[in-house]
Design a protein around this ligand. Structure first.
Ligand SMILES: CC(C)(COP(=O)(O)OP(=O)(O)OC[C@H]1O[C@@H](n2cnc3c(N)ncnc32)[C@H](O)[C@@H]1OP(=O)(O)O)[C@@H](O)C(=O)NCCC(=O)NCCS
Length: 427
């Protein structure tokens, strides 16, 4: 076994971001991921295109190490191909809108009947039960409804979405965990099961500490917040407050550009050393900041002093100063900073790839590092690149049958040319 998931075959019907990010992780862990696309392809292939006639980065960055087959599920022969593939796969993944697979005739009960060992994994905006179950969802819809937006942003500004894609990619991570657990159980029992992750649920899970604060409000104000919280009945936007037991915030550095900031956690254990560096013995003994309770109460003054100090340094210079004092801190990195960062490159978190349509490009690497089976990142497939290969290798179909199925419209969006009763898969 070359990779951790070698020997696991996944029928990947996912599209856009939430599902493909999950199946890409499964592929990087070594699964054989068959991207099962409509003849027109995953819509993201053509969205936000930067190179004419080439698959967009939106697609290529989320679909590496997969094989692509195009099958028309609205064609009788296409459905037959789907059924045959279901029989040969360990997992089927999808993130269609509510009821799409049911309308195509493939409920979980039907899929389970076709292959009792298969694990079926679905992402839905709000899950398959409850008053919201009929609604579609995208990233920011999930952030809005899962509590992410109401708790993100400056207290006196509008709610904000986070740059991290917690609604899509965050849900995808949850799905991978569910699939791995279901495969583990299947290997013991021989029986597959249905795994569902709702984007709303995943965002709530990722906002867990905001629910800690929600309940603490009933017992008094949240003293670590830099704004008054007495009398509130819901967790407010915390700006850049740390949200943990230690005080934290951003400091503005020189030369004052949009990302010239550093995040600093004034950990209790480091206050004396930090105060000494910033203001000497006088600041160490200043009663306004002597104990953590005093610093919480007077944090506006403390941050003003630290900001004055930070103004004399670039974010990288200040990082060096603070690291020497063992103060937890992090410069606010732009995508450019990260793309050029030695540490990031060394850990293979920004990798170079080639693509037949678009030439050189980069992908963010695999964040899960396995010592015995490190991920080898390979480019995404072009549309239908492996259709014949998969039909021959996985379904073991001879070329004549593949041709007959093509004639019957199994792989194209056009109506079938022939309407005979001939069924290549049953021939
Ligand atoms: C993302 C989303 C809003 C996109 O909506 P959409 O573009 O209208 O796509 P849907 O998933 O609703 O529908 C897909 C259609 O393609 C069709 N289709 C999919 N695969 C096909 C295939 N291989 N052959 C033929 N038709 C196919 C489906 O049958 C469906 O058609 P229908 O509307 O006639 O039933 C929706 O899929 C969704 O809510 N997904 C769940 C939540 C989610 O994952 N959101 C995050 C996305 S990043």
């Amino acid at each position: 076994m070359d990779k951790a998931l070698s020997g696991t075959r996944i029928l990947d019907m996912t599209h856009v971001q939430a599902g493909p990010t999950a199946s890409q992780l499964m592929a990087w862990l070594g699964a054989d991921v068959i991207k099962f696309e409509p003849p027109t392809g995953d819509a993201t292939r053509g969205q936000l295109r930067d190179v004419p006639n080439a698959d967009s980065l939106y697609f290529t960055m989320l679909n590496c190490n997969k094989r692509s087959i195009t099958v028309n599920m609205k064609n009788a022969m296409g459905k037959e191909v789907f059924i045959e593939l279901l029989k040969k796969c360990d997992v089927v993944m999808e993130n269609f809108g509510p009821g799409v697979l049911d309308r195509l005739g493939f409920t979980w009960e039907k899929v389970h009947q076709i292959n009792p060992r298969i694990v079926m994994a679905s992402i839905k905006g709000f899950g398959s039960s409850g008053p919201y179950s009929d609604f579609k969802a995208y990233e920011n819809v999930a952030q809005a409804m899962g509590g992410g937006m109401s708790t993100t942003g400056l207290p006196d500004g509008p709610p904000c979405v986070a740059g991290a894609q917690i609604g899509d990619s965050g849900t995808g991570l949850h799905l991978v965990i569910g699939i791995l657990a279901a495969l583990h159980q299947r290997n013991a029992t021989g029986r597959g099961q249905y795994v569902e992750v709702a984007m709303l649920d995943a965002v709530m899970n990722l906002c867990r500490v905001k629910w800690r604060d929600h309940q603490r409000l009933a017992h008094g104000p949240l003293t670590e917040y830099s704004q008054p919280t007495a009398g509130l009945d819901a967790t407010p936007r915390a700006g850049n407050d740390s949200g943990g037991g230690q005080l934290g915030n951003v400091l503005k550095c020189k030369p004052g550009g949009p990302t010239d900031y550093i995040y600093v956690v004034v950990q209790e254990a480091v206050w004396n050393a930090l105060a000494n560096r910033v203001g000497g013995a006088a600041l160490v003994s200043d009663p306004r900041f002597a104990a953590i309770g005093d610093r919480r109460k007077n944090q506006a003054q403390m941050w003003a002093l630290l900001n004055d100090f930070a103004a004399g340094y670039t974010k990288r210079e200040l990082m060096a100063v603070l690291n020497e004092l063992d103060v937890p801190c992090g410069p606010v990195m732009s995508t450019k900073d990260l793309a050029e960062d030695e540490h990031v490159r060394l850990r293979e978190m920004y990798v170079d790839l080639d693509h037949p349509q678009r030439g050189k490009w980069h992908n963010v690497g695999m964040p899960i590092k396995l010592s015995d089976s490190p991920a080898q990142i390979e480019r995404s497939p072009t549309l239908g690149e492996h259709t014949d290969e998969i039909l021959r290798e996985v379904l073991e179909l001879p070329d004549a049958q593949i041709d007959a199925m093509r004639e019957a419209g199994a792989f194209t969006k056009d109506a079938p040319k022939k309407t005979s009763e001939y069924h290549p898969l049953r021939a």
